[in-house]
Each structure stands twice: as structure tokens, then as C-alpha cells.
Design a protein around this ligand. Sequence first.
Ligand SMILES: [Zn+2]
Length: 410
Amino acid sequence: MQDHQLYQQILGIAAPWHVERVELCLEGGEVHVYLDHDPLANWACLECGTPSPLYDHDEKRCWRHLDTCQYRTILHAQAPRTRCGKHGVRVVRVPWAEPHSHFTALFERLAIDWLQAASQQAVADRLGLSWDEVHGIMQRAVRRGLARREREMIGYLGVDEKSFRKGHKYLTVVSDLSRGRVLYVAEDRKQSSLDGFWPTLTEEQKAWIQGVALDMWDPYVRSLRAHLPQAEEKMVFDKFHVSKHLGEAVDKVRRQEHKELRAEGDERLKGTKFDWLKGRDRFDLGEWREFCRLRRSNLRTSRAWALKEQAMKLWDFKYPKAAQNHFAWWYRWAAHSRLAPMIEKAKMLKNHLQNILTYLIHKITNATSESINSKIQWIKYTARGFRNVDNLKNAIYFHCGDLDLVPRPT
Ligand SMILES: [Zn+2]
């Protein structure tokens, strides 16, 4: 078998295309495969597929293909241009690559497989790709995947903000809680950030949504009210977001009290910051016993901690009425606690209570999408190449969108 026939078979090149010649460049470590086509009366128009006559040829182009035994392999061809009655002169689609790509479909497929498992840096190094090339491959993959996404009915959504660049910038991430995948990513955490999501749904899809887990964040609330039918019954303020708020208040109380105690030479609260914030399951037995002595003392911090613990019991109730009674009792206690940070958070919970208790109906939190959160952490961690926010958004769709990303050679 001659080398050009071999490549024809390896590349899966079929008529009217054929391998014209193969050049091996030993010093450069490259194989150059030159493709040509048989004279053909008609070619399919890129836009509409109508068979149209050959007009002329596009300029010479090359595509990187899968390596041949470690030799970088480059395809060369001049794509024909057709003149379609409707669309005018267009370059035809070549069977080995998607339009505008400098890689063959098989190469992109390999790069996508690798990118799903390894960091962009590692893939760029191993495949000899630039950052721009890696981002281009990911961008095309995401565009392909989003275009292929079907209009499914989704029952439960999560809306979450993600910080990046050391908390100076935010993204709004909408996820499908039942399937643990990201549906939408937008810059910032304004109402307009979330507003952009709703037009991606049909009216039927919107009506199908049963519940949305979100932070107590007014811009998101406003967006839901503006776009989602019966939003009041569907909004569920996230349990862990409430817990975080109460934790902040406990920590404020602790800092203040520690300062005062310290002035009197009392170091009881020294080094205890995280003990007041972490859950029972994160202590070992010895640590827990020690912590119990502290929390049973008459410290203001231990009262704040007890308030937080009692507030979090709201999520364990079965019936909203019983939860409301618990809250009323708790609120009186908090309001009389003389702990300003707790009083402030208690007011906030009171104002948001209706949509905290919707949890008892829908049972959703944003922690449902824990796998998404950990993947986004990983993306941010390996994100040295994100010179702009679009690349970060793309990486989130790429890794968390559960999209069908790979190109299919025609
Ligand atoms: Zn056409």
C-alpha cells in the first residue's frame, strides 16, 4: 500500500476527496498530507445544502490532525467555493473539520476528551496548543453543546452566585438541581444577570418549574418575581446561605467578646473561631467535650451559637405551622438577646420567613448541586488562563453543563 492510500484510509477520506501526496518532514517531526478532490459537477451549499456548481477555490488552508506516531500531522487542502442561487458564493464544508476550525474534527474530539479529564495547562502542554487554541476548542464545543440541548421540562432550579478574582467579581449560575448540571452562566449578580436566563426557556418550561433555591439576594428575587409565574410559592431561600449569615453574626459576637475578655487577661476564646462555625460532625469526641464546656458557659458567644443552632432547626419541621411557631419563639428570644449582630439577622430572617419555609414543601437547597460546586472550585483553581470572564463561563458550561460537546465528522 502506498503512503497516500494508507493516509486516505486512516483519515477516512472518501470521494470526491482523496490524498494527493504525503510529505514526511523528519527534522520538523511533521507529516504533511495534501488533499485534493475529483472534478465534481456540484457541491452542497454551506447554508442550505442545495447542490450548486463550483465557482472557484478558497485559499490554501491547513488543519491539524491526530499525530501519526508522534509526528504532528497536518492536512492541507483548498476548499471549493460554490455559487448557490440563494446564498451566493460560499466555501463548502469539508468533511474532516467544522467551519472556521484549524483542527480536524477527530483532533478536536481528542482535545475535548483530554480537557474533560485534565487541566487546560496540561492539555495545552501535551498537545502543543496555545491558550487561544485551547479556548477556541472549548468555545466551539460549548456552542455545539448548547445548540444541541433539547427543551426538557425542569422541575427544580438553583440560582447561585460564584465569586472569582478573590471575591471582587461574581458570576450568576443557574443549575438544574435534579440533574446536577449548569443551565446558564452570566456575569455579575445583578437582576439583569439573572434576567438573561428566562428568555432561554419556553412558557411551558417556565410553568413546569416547581421551585427555585436561591440566596436572600434582592436582585435575584426581583428577577424571579418579574419572570416566573407564581414566584412567591416557588422561591426557596437556601438553607446554607441562611446558616452562613447566622455564622457571620456568631463570629461578630465572638470577636467583640474576645477583645473584651482579652483586656482582662481571659484567653478562653482564643483560637476558637472555627469551633463556633463548624458542625458537630466535624469535631472528634475529645474536641467536642472541650467545646461543650465552652458553649455551656455564660459567654455571649455561646448564647449566639445556641441561637444559631435553634434557628437551623426550622429545616427539620414537617409542617409549616409548627415551623412558624418555632420561629415566633426563636424570634422573641433573639430580639431580647441583647446581641446586636443576632438581632440584625433575626430581622432579616423574619422578613424572608415565608420563602424560608417554602423549603418544607420543596425540600431543595443549593447544596443539591454539590458536584457542580466542587467542579467550579476545580475550574477556578486550574484557571490560570482565564484572561477574560468569557473563558471562565465557557469552562463552566464545558465541565458542568452535561453537554454533548464533540464534533461529528460529516
Ligand atoms: Zn444556499
